[in-house]
Design a protein around this ligand. Sequence first.
Ligand code: HEM
Length: 417
Amino acid sequence: MTVPETQVRPAFADVQTIYSRAALPDPYPLYQRARQHGEVVALPEWNAAAVFGHDEASQVLRSPAALSGQQLGEEFGGGQTEDGQPGLPEALKLLAPMMLFHNGPSHARLRGLVSAAFTPRVVAEQEELVRSLVRECLAGVGEGPFDVVDKLAIPLPVGVITGMLGLSKADEQQFRDWTQSVAELLGGVDNSPELMARIEQDAREMRSYFRGLADDLRARPQPGLLSALAAAEDEEGRLSSDELLANAVLLLAAGHETTSNLIGRGVLELHRQAGAWNSLLELPEIGNAVADELLRFTSPVQFTGRTLGAPLELGGQVYPAGTRMLLMLAAANRDARTFADPDRLDFSRPNAARHLAFASGPHYCLGASLARLETRVVFGELSRYPQLRVPQQPLHYRPNLTLRGLSRLTVELGPRA
Ligand code: HEM
């Protein structure tokens, strides 16, 4: 997607910076600058439009004309590595059958196979498990300084989804490494040949691990989602072998980087935004309103994409079929037309739940109830340490533009109240 310099318009240049390393430490001023060209910015240079406005992004996400997964290879660096070598055949084979990249009836079929495990009622049954995992993580760190990303933000979501899928706890470190590869594929800023080779190797290993496990589980069913998927694979036409592997990996990965980025940046922002930590401590209970405001404010998935399968009218202009829609979820979550004083973290905000952090429409995050549960339990448990501090430190972000988060954050827990 390169464009000769002489043709670069200011609007295009501003959107281009959002998709560069320059955006890693703080993309919000860049969103602000780009949206001055409009809530929807046409980008003929990329045959695309960038959508910053909340209502406009929501309209696209809900439209049947907006299709997911149409340009998979190109979007995820599958075309070529930076030295011009062919891209990622193994990784794309693993990604393509994920429900996230399907539309219409095949999407509904794949989502339907697992959705029963993610309803608010079923998820509520996980609360005790989530609480005990959080307490276990915090018990291990004492009062002293510790890295909240490594000791809490990553192990918690991995532990929860490993339990739900029925995977072995002993393999958790392996799952952490693999899902890191999936995240780098989905939103990384590096496409060096070394990284591409590692992603390919991990994709091969994931396929063989889940293939072996699914075969065992079909022979000897166990509790857990993976066993249920393995049983569905047996039934004619319900789930192919590639679909089973892809969607097991999706479930493992989808809730991991996202939730861990929310926890890491949530702890940081609670201490960086004036009065936020104290206002959290004063709340009678830490419920979904807190989770939703943290999701709105931090937007762990900063943007997503769709391709138009039919013309779509948006903001007074008709975009033809084939246009790529770049949906800037994080910018939409700071749209002043929807959220008053949008750059303020405010737990009394009446409409925080309108955020697009979980997207909207047919691909609305399947794990939304689980993510909200994990968030409210984590911050509820952390609030039992009222003297928790985040000392001054250089901030290290993961090299990932889409899944924005810290790679480490030192926190002093202090005594429990
Ligand atoms: C889809 C965000 C946690 C499973 C999505 C999408 C977003 C999102 C934005 C839609 C992407 C798109 O339409 O292009 C988040 C955030 C989370 C989170 C911010 C935590 C803070 C989880 C968890 C799980 C999960 C815990 C489950 C284990 C999924 C799945 C999809 C999805 C399976 C695909 C749904 C579909 O295509 O129908 N998530 N997610 N997510 N999420 Fe999450």
